[in-house]
Design a protein around this ligand. Sequence first.
Ligand code: NDP
Length: 240
Amino acid sequence: MKKLVVITGASSGFGMAMAKKFAKEGYPLLLLARRVEKMEEMNLPNTICRKVDVTDLEGFEGAVREAEEKYGKTDLIVNNAGIMLLGNIETQDPREWKKMLDVNVIGVMNGMKIVMSDMKERKSGTIINFSSIAGVQPFGNHGAYCASKYGVTGLTAVARGEMSPHNVRVLSINPGAVNTELLGHTTDENIIKGYNEWKESVGAINITADDVATTVKFAYELPQAVSLREIIITDTMQDA
Ligand code: NDP
C-alpha cells in the first residue's frame, strides 16, 4: 500500500483533478472540503472524504488523525483549498479580504501545523502549498488575493528553511489562470467579465486542472532528496 495523501479543496478544480490522479495510482487518500457530496460522488478507492473547513484547526486535525489511524502517517499534504474574491482595495467589502486571508493563509498554516512534527520526527514527508502566480507578481483588482498568495509564498519559504534540516520537502506551486470554479467566488460582475475577456484575448484557455494535477504528482514522486521548491505553471499563451 502506498502512503497517505491528504488533499484539501478536493470538491472541485485542481483538488478534484489531483484526487482522481492519485487514486488511479493506488494512493490512499483523505479528501477535505465543505461539499462532501462532491468528493463522495467520485467514488474513489481507499478514500476517506470529510466535510472540513480548513479554517477550523480542530476539525481539520480530527479528520487527518482519523485517516492516519487507517492508512498510516501522512506522507503528502496538498494545501490546495482556496478562494479568490477579486476586488479593488478602495471599494471591496473588507469582509471579503478577511475571508480570503482566513482560508488562503490560515487554512494552509493549519494544514502544515497538523503534519509538521510527525514529518520532522520521521525525517520524511512532503508539504505542497497552493500559492499562485499572484503570489509572486501583482495583478490589478487582486489586492487582497495577492496579499493572501504572497503570504503563502512567504510562509512556505520560511517553512522550507525550517524543515530542510529534517529532510522534509516544502514546495509551493504557483499556477496562472486555469478554468475551474475559482472565479465564481468573485462578486463583482465587471471584474469577472474583464478577467474572462483578458484570458480569451491572449488565448490562455487551453491549460487544464488535470495538467496542474500531473505537475503536482510529478513533483511529489521525485526522490525525497529532490525538491522542486517553487513551480510556476501557466498556459503558454498567458502574457503576464
Ligand atoms: P475551485 O474553486 O475549483 O476549488 C477550490 C476548492 O477549495 C474547492 O474544493 C472548495 O471546496 C475548497 N474550499 C474553499 N474554501 C474552503 C474552506 N474554507 N475549507 C475547505 N475547503 C475550501 O478553485 P481551484 O481549483 O482553481 O483552486 C485551487 C487552489 O488553486 C486555490 O488555492 C487557488 O487560489 C489556487 N489557484 C487557482 C488558479 C486558477 O486559475 N484556477 C490560479 C492560481 C492559484 P468547498 O467549497 O466544497 O469547501
